[in-house]
Write a protein that binds this ligand. Sequence first.
Ligand code: GDP
Length: 453
Amino acid sequence: MFEGLSGRLGDVFDKLTRRSSLSEGDVDAAMREVRLALLEADVALPVVKRFIADVKEKAIGQQVIRSVTPGQMVVKIVHDALVAMLAGPDGAAEPDPMALGLDIAQTPPVPILMVGLQGSGKTTTSAKIALRIKTRERKKVLLASLDVYRPAAQQQLAVLGEQTETDCLPIVPGQMPVEIAQRAMKEARAGGYDVVILDTAGRLHIDEALMAEVAAVREIVRPHETLLVTDAMTGQDAVTIASEFNEKVGITGIVLTRVDGDSRGGAALSMRAVTGVPVKLMGMGEKMDALDAFHPERVAGRILGMGDIVSLVEKAAQTIEVEDAERLAQRLAEGQWDMNDLLGQLRQIKRMGDVKGLLGMMPGINKMQRQLAEAQVDNKVIDHQEAIILSMTAKERRNPDLIKASRKKRIAAGSGTTVPEINRLLKQHEQMAMVMKRIKKMGGRKGLMNLLK
Ligand code: GDP
C-alpha cells in the first residue's frame, strides 16, 4: 500500500528540497502535484481539498527557520498535515508498537464487538486480536461467533481459536445471535475471562436486517469497542461502508485489512477525515501475528519517506527558541514591536508554562509588567491569539494599522475567532508598542532593566 503515492510525493519533494529558495509559485505548483497524487491514490476529494488548504495556511503562517531550506520546511508542513489528517484532533500516539491501543482496561469481562461485511477479514482479525491480547496483555480471552448464517462460519472461528490456543464459545445449534451473545457474556463471567470478542455475521452488502441485528447485539452486550473491519483494497467503498456502519450502529474504531496488498491507500487516508472514527488497526497478512496498530506518525513517515528531513526541521525549530529570545531582546531595545514580535512573545509565554505562578515568585517585578503578562496567561486565549496572527498576511503583521473592518472579518474567518477578539489583540499590541517606545526613550536595554527594578 502507498507505493504509488509515496513515489509521486517523493518526486515532488525531491525537486522542492534541492532548491535554495522558493517562490509562492513553486509552492503552488508543488501543491497541485500533491493534490493530484492524493486523488490518484483514491483519497476522497473533500479530504484532499481540506488537506491542501491546511498545508497552504500553515505554510503562510510558518516562522522562517534559517538553518533549513524552504523546501524542507514544506516537507515538514506536509508531514504534519498528513499526521493531523490521519490522527484527527485527539490522536495521541501509542508508544508501544505491539500494543493495540484498544479500550480494554475496564471491569471484566470486556466485550469487543466485531462488525463488517462478509469477506472483509472479520473472523481472521478477531482471532488475531485475541492472540495479541492474550500474549501481550496476558489476559484471558473468549472468542464467540455470532454468525449463524454462513455455513461453517462458527467452525472457522473454532479452528482459528485452536490455532491461537484461545478458548471459543461452544457451538449450540439453532441459537440466534442475541442468544449467543448473552451466553458468551454469561460464560465469560463464570469462567473469569477478561475480554470477550464477538464476531458478528457479515453480508455481501449492507442491509437493514444486518444493521438491526448488530444493533440488537450491541444493546445486549454494551461493548467498549465496536470495531468495523474493512478491506483496504476496496478503496472508496470502504469509506462509504464505514460511514454507514457508523451512522446505523456506531463504531469506535476501524480495522483495515489487506494493507499488505497493493491498494492505493485512499481508504486509509480518507477514513478518519470522512467518518470521524479513527483507524485503529491494520491487517498485514493472513498469518495470525500480522496485525499492527495504526500509528499516524509512522504511516505518514512511510508515505513521505522523508523522516530525516522531518527530524532535521524539528531540531532546527528547537534552536529557534534561543534565537527568538535574542531577537525579542534586540527589538525591545530598539523600541520596535510588530505582530511578529507579539507572536514570538506569545509562543515564549506558552513554552514557559504557568507564567502567573512564575511571576508571583519573581522578586522585584513591577506591577505593570505583571499585569501585562497576566492578561495573556490563559493558554486558550494564547492559542486564539496565535491563530489570529497566523491568519494575517506578512504585510499586516508588520503594519497592524492596515487591519480595518474587512481584513478583520477575513482574519476572524481564517483563524476561527471573532472580530472582538481581534480588536482585543490589536489593542494589546498597541499597548505593548507604547510600552516599547517608552522603554526606548528610557534608554533601550538599560531602560528595560530600570523598568524591571
Ligand atoms: P470474514 O468473512 O469477514 O470473517 O473474513 P475472513 O476472516 O474469513 O477473511 C477472508 C479472507 O481474507 C481469508 O482468506 C483471510 O485469510 C484473508 N485475510 C484476512 N485479513 C487479511 C489481511 O490482512 N491480509 C491478507 N492478505 N489477507 C487477509
